[in-house]
Every structure is written in C-alpha cells, then in structure tokens.
Design a protein around this ligand. Sequence first.
Ligand SMILES: [Zn+2]
Length: 130
Amino acid sequence: MSQVHRLPSPNINPENKAFWDAAEDNRFILKFCNSCKEPHYYPRTICPHCGSNDTTWVESKGLGEIYSYTVMRRGVEVPFAMAYVRLNEGISVLTHLTNCDFDAIRIGQKVKVVFEETQDGAKTHLFEPI
Ligand SMILES: [Zn+2]
C-alpha cells in the first residue's frame, strides 16, 4: 500500500470544468470578473464580489504564501497537511501541501502550485514550498 495521502477527487460540473481541464495540463487558472476587476476562487460563473456574470478565465502562476495550515496526524491512515494559501493575486485557496517536511511548515512560507493525481486519476492542485 502507498504511504501517500489519497487526495479526494474533484467534483466536476459545467461551472468549473475548464478549471479541472486546465489542471490536467498542469495549468492553474482563476476566474476574473470583468465588472469589478477582481479575481476569485473557487471558480464560479457569478462573481462573489459584485454579482456580475461577466467573468472570464485567467492564467495564474500559482505562486503565493501560506496564510494558515494544519497537519492531520490522528485518525488518518497517512498524515497530511492542509493550508490556506494566499495567492499573489490576493485571494486564498484551501489546499493540500506536498513535498515538504510537515514539521518545517511555517506561516508566510512561499509556495507554488503543483499537480498530482487524485483517487480516481483526475489531477488536482496542491502547493509545495519554493
Ligand atoms: Zn465582480
């Protein structure tokens, strides 16, 4: 058996399909609102800031820093770390952390997006220290 935490599969629907299609190509994209000029995450058709449906996809470099995190060690098969990552675009993403020593994680640490396969083979985004 693998000693890697099994990532949950994405819940794909028409509103977020482009996001998961991009993940398959190791690309991280965000929704951007043409009315209020703000990006948002998770991907939605209707802007959560102003209610406009004039939103479009934009490429993100997937760079940011750890805003908050927790390491799950009890009651799980394999320990894993989750974090809120504050993207350089100014919005937060709830995500798994990977390729790091869980005891060395710190708030403010710079991270970048990476992609790994989930339980059913679809890729999802995680973040690793730079
Ligand atoms: Zn807006």
